[in-house]
Write a protein that binds this ligand. Structure first.
Ligand code: ATP
Length: 349
């Protein structure tokens, strides 16, 4: 089911939690809403679910304007981080619950419900556990039961709010892969909320980066990581450093000196680069500064560098940047390192 979100505004007591948000989700797509706490991810998910209604704008399911339809009429499935299962019901009863409480006209027979529950258990790879109670399951198994329960009503869209948020890192990673595979098998249009960028980048077809009630960028993992469209996205996704620069005649100047980087129009702005996108150099045109710390990662090393700032800011604080260097590069604490970015982006001021 295709979903169109058109110019949505959502106010709570005049505070705009969402401001002019538009997004088209293709049928069968797996979309991640990614952003810091308070950016509006859950609010947007709740509006799609019909748990709340927009102040302005519309939400279409296909050609149907669903903006003011109730949750029941939308027929969506959702799983929340703490969407507790019914403790006094078995796994099978939990999964079949949504079907059992349907009005009699649309309620499947007992045999049909049993068959459907067994298919769903198969689908979430929990066959054999139907008689267990939730407290006899692991956290990961419980969330898979919650997913099977959401799927039981044959939802048009699946909405997941930090579904693995409460699980430990290893189980999270396993479930993440499992969910991608599950999605590819079932092909449901799925929207999930996360503040974990790794989860979003690994799992989603497209990532929607949100900040302060607005969409900053929508794109594939490669788009948002390799081609961030704003300083916010550059800083929020992955690691990065930035320095104030000027561009003159195609040459980028930092504190009036060329740094071995080219730029387009004459302008001033901030040069952003990732730690892995630099090279050590002996050239004159380069950035240089004192190595203040160095830490080993699995196969590389991160060096922290203070670039002196003689005239720049009022308090003469050095600019602090981080660069990735080969594990055995001749980088010594307290000594000088010279480097230049090999990939970068300048955002104008
Ligand atoms: P988190 O990752 O912390 O869950 P989020 O990105 O999902 O954050 P939302 O829960 O959508 O953010 O909240 C967005 C903003 O709207 C926040 O500033 C929040 O305080 C506010 N907000 C959300 N729900 C309500 C409400 N019912 N009443 C008042 N303000 C609300």
């Amino acid at each position: 089911m295709e979903v169109s979100i058109n110019n949505i505004r959502k106010e709570f007591d005049r505070f705009a939690a969402l401001n002019d948000v538009s997004l088209k989700i293709a049928s069968g797509e797996l979309i991640a809403l990614l952003g810091p706490s308070g950016s509006g991810k859950t609010t947007l998910l709740r509006l799609i679910a019909g748990l709340d209604f927009p102040t302005e704008g519309q939400i279409f399911f296909g050609a149907e304007d669903a903006s003011h339809h109730s949750v029941q009429d939308r027929n969506v499935g959702f799983v929340f981080q703490h969407y507790a299962l019914f403790r006094h019901m078995t796994v099978a009863e939990n999964i079949g619950f949504g079907l059992k409480v349907r009005p009699s006209a649309s309620r499947p027979s007992k045999t049909e419900i049993r068959k459907r529950v067994s298919d769903l258990l198969d689908m979430v790879q929990l066959s054999g556990l139907e008689k267990r109670y939730p407290n006899q399951l692991s956290g990961g198994q419980r969330q898979r039961v919650a997913l099977a329960r959401a799927m039981a009503i044959e939802p048009r869209i699946l909405l997941l709010d930090e579904p693995f948020g409460a699980l430990d890192a290893k189980v999270r990673k396993e479930l993440r892969r499992w969910l991608r595979e599950f999605h590819d098998r079932t092909g449901h249009t799925t929207v999930f909320v996360t503040h974990d960028q790794e989860e979003a980048l690994e799992l989603a077809d497209r990532v929607v980066v949100m900040s302060q009630g607005k969409i900053e960028q929508v794109g594939s993992a490669d788009d948002v990581y390799d081609r961030p469209g704003s300083p916010f996205v550059f800083s929020f996704i992955g690691e990065s450093s930035h320095l104030p620069v000027e561009v003159k005649d195609g040459t980028v100047l930092f504190q009036g000196e060329p740094i071995g980087v080219s730029g387009e129009a004459n302008s001033s702005g901030d040069l952003y680069f990732r730690p892995e996108d630099v090279e050590l150099t002996q050239e004159r045109d380069a950035l240089f500064g004192k190595v203040t710390a160095s830490r080993r990662l699995a196969g590389t090393r991160i060096a922290e560098i203070d670039i002196s700032n003689p005239g720049g800011s009022n308090d003469h604080q050095p600019f602090h940047v981080e660069i990735e260097v080969p594990l055995h590069a001749p980088i010594e604490l307290g000594s000088e390192a010279r480097f230049r970015p090999t990939r970068w982006k300048i955002f104008g001021r």
